[in-house]
Design a protein around this ligand. Structure first.
Ligand SMILES: Nc1ncnc2c1ncn2[C@@H]1O[C@H](COP(=O)(O)OP(=O)(O)O)[C@@H](O)[C@H]1O
Ligand SMILES: [Mg+2]
Length: 263
């Protein structure tokens, strides 16, 4: 079953007298556990698409099924509930709450979901350790480096164990080395089964994903998964020799090595 299924999605913004078709005729399915890069030039609709997937915005037409459920027709409250439990969102500019510590930021989604204090503490302690932040638990965002802030944001986005992790230019405000660290962290989460969708205009970063979706002028211009399926169809694997077809096995991403205090 597809974790995400978009059909006939349209998103139109009205600016004064003019209309901007930010997304047109969009049909995309994403399977559970996939690692997808959404790419394309500035203004091509990448963020609009990610915001729809994250239930931060609604389409003007079309349907969105998340884990088999039509979420397009839900009320705002129902959408908020789905968002808080099934979707993690990571932004370019971190979006942490400035007056809360790292530990409090990570705990926030569990507070909103009504998870008991003891369970919150247990999960936050584990997350701080997993994300190499155990020495930074009581630091506020302005006392953390960019890399540490993004690690707090990723810990917060995944603390509810969502089905899908959405990241909009997650390394856009980081230097190359720190950005690579963050990408390895996201890839390690994907290795453990979380569906990962990253928006980027960075070719090098996008090519790490197992599937690339190219946007242009609000339309899907290219989907490497569709090409792959066509290749398989024209050149199916030989069931006896195991040869033929296209090599579907992706290169394993480098493991994340936690670097406490680093980055
Ligand atoms: N809230 C909005 N109001 C009006 N126009 C918008 C809004 N959000 C996005 N757009 C327009 O929709 C198009 C796609 O934007 P966006 O999804 O942000 O592109 P990208 O993330 O690929 O740079 C652009 O032309 C942009 O100006
Ligand atoms: Mg954008």
């Amino acid at each position: 079953m597809s974790v995400i299924r978009l059909a006939g999605i349209e998103r139109v913004f009205h600016l004064g007298d003019s209309e901007v078709h930010a997304l047109s005729r969009l049909d995309v399915s994403i399977e559970a556990g996939e690692y997808v890069a959404i790419m394309g030039p500035s203004g091509s609709g990448k963020s609009t698409l990610l915001n729809l997937l994250g239930l931060l915005d609604r389409p003007n037409a079309g349907t969105y099924h998340l884990e088999g459920r039509d979420v397009t027709t839900l009320s705002p409250d129902e959408q908020a509930e789905v968002r808080s439990r099934r979707i993690g969102f990571v932004f370019q500019s971190f979006h942490l709450v400035p007056r809360l510590t790292a530990a409090e930021n990570i705990a926030l989604p569990m507070m909103l979901a009504g998870i008991p204090a003891a369970e919150r503490t247990r999960r936050v302690t584990q997350a701080l350790k997993d994300f190499g932040l155990d020495q930074r638990s009581d630091h506020r965002p302005d006392q953390l480096s960019g890399g540490q802030r993004q690690r707090v944001a990723i810990a917060r986005a995944t603390i509810m164990q969502p089905a899908v992790l959405l990241a909009d230019e997650p390394t856009g405000n980081l230097d190359r080395a720190t950005g690579d660290d963050v990408i390895h962290l996201l890839e390690a989460l994907n290795e453990r089964g979380m569906t990962l969708i990253i928006v980027t205009h960075d070719q090098k970063l996008g090519s790490r994903a197992r599937r690339q979706i190219m946007m242009e002028d609000g339309e899907l211009r290219h989907d490497s998964a569709a090409v792959h399926l066509r290749t398989l169809h024209d050149n199916p694997p030989d069931p006896l020799s195991g040869k033929g077809g296209d090599d579907a096995s992706p290169a394993a991403p480098a493991p994340y090595t936690s670097s406490p205090g680093g980055a």
